[in-house]
Design a protein around this ligand. Structure first.
Ligand SMILES: Cc1ncc(C[n+]2csc(CCOP(=O)(O)OP(=O)(O)O)c2C)c(N)n1
Ligand SMILES: [Mg+2]
Length: 288
């Protein structure tokens, strides 16, 4: 089985960034709609990482086949900060893994879309996550697994500043560098916020990029809402040999919705109907 989703670097065309921005905007709307219907969930990180994940999934990087979600040679994606799965679900629906209408069943009994990613239920999910610290370690295992099997698929994983407070993350960081794993790229949601407030107040993380660099990683730091910069960073990461790669994505929690932006409360609260309406109007997806 082959796929043409991910042409070789020399043949890849730059994506249409206007098109990517439109996709991102529409998916922000999907995220907000599904959360309002569910009455719970995590909008802040979902909106904050929308531009990053849109660039990854719709910018030509993920070598996947939605019609064959368990294709052995596919690139893997692990959302280690699993609470922001609404944006992953919006992406997977848009990619064609399942009908968009499934989004409106988020967090209900029997839904394929649970509150945290679970590959038993959701096509396109490669790893069960939600317990912070765990997913990045599984991602490393997958990357090493590719090597052991002589396969050349890549593993991308989302992580976050709050997750970086888990000790397990740093075991992964040292092991990945020690083994010279170069088919592993982490995308860090660096929004300065976690469940209880600003990370600088709860447990200051300092310069996370410098920490990864000191572990031997290839590190880049980019504006997490500049898709051209994100695209360039992903291209650079893919070319790195002998080292795992970290892309620190400097994001704004709740990006795109004025009353959510950089407001810790929106880490894990769903919008009510009036707030949804206001947000959709701001995004240009509904009339006032
Ligand atoms: C091991 C573990 N401990 C605690 C939690 C509860 N929890 C869920 S999200 C979160 C905050 C994580 O920080 P971050 O990802 O930076 O949050 P965001 O930027 O999305 O607001 C915590 C502590 C968890 N999911 N797993
Ligand atoms: Mg955070």
């Amino acid at each position: 089985m082959t796929t043409t989703e991910n042409p070789t670097p020399s043949t890849r065309m730059a994506p249409d960034f206007q098109d990517l921005a439109k996709i991102a905007n529409e998916m922000r709307g999907d995220v907000l709609r599904m959360l309002q219907l569910a009455g719970s969930g995590h909008p802040g990180g979902s909106l904050g990482m929308t531009d990053v994940f849109t660039t990854l999934w719709f910018g030509g990087f993920m070598n996947v086949d939605p019609k064959n979600p368990t294709w052995e040679d596919r690139d893997r994606f692990v959302l280690s900060n699993g609470h922001i799965c609404p944006i992953l679900y919006a992406i997977l629906a848009r990619k064609g893994y399942f009908p968009r209408d499934d989004l409106w069943t988020l967090r209900t009994l029997g839904s394929p879309l649970q509150g945290h990613p679970d590959f038993h239920f959701t096509k396109g999910v490669d790893c069960c996550t939600g317990s912070l610290g765990n997913g990045v370690s599984v991602a490393l295992g997958m990357a090493l697994g590719a090597r052991a099997q002589g396969k050349d698929f890549r593993v991308y994983a989302g992580t976050s500043d709050g997750e970086s407070q888990e000790g397990q993350v740093w075991e992964m960081a040292s092991a990945a560098a020690h083994y010279g794993v170069d088919n592993l790229t982490l995308l860090m949601d660096r929004n300065g916020i976690q469940i209880d407030g600003f990370t600088k107040d709860v447990m200051d993380q300092g310069d996370l990029g410098a920490k990864y660099e000191s572990f031997g990683w290839h590190v880049q730091s980019v504006d997490g809402h500049d898709m051209k910069a994100l695209h360039a960073a992903l291209v650079e990461a893919r070319e790195v040999k002998g080292r795992p790669q970290m892309i620190v994505c400097n994001t704004v929690l709740g990006k795109g919705v004025s009353f959510m932006e950089n407001e810790p409360k929106w880490h894990g609260v769903a919008p009510d109907e009036a707030q949804l309406k206001k947000a959709l109007v701001e995004l240009g997806l509904e009339q006032e």
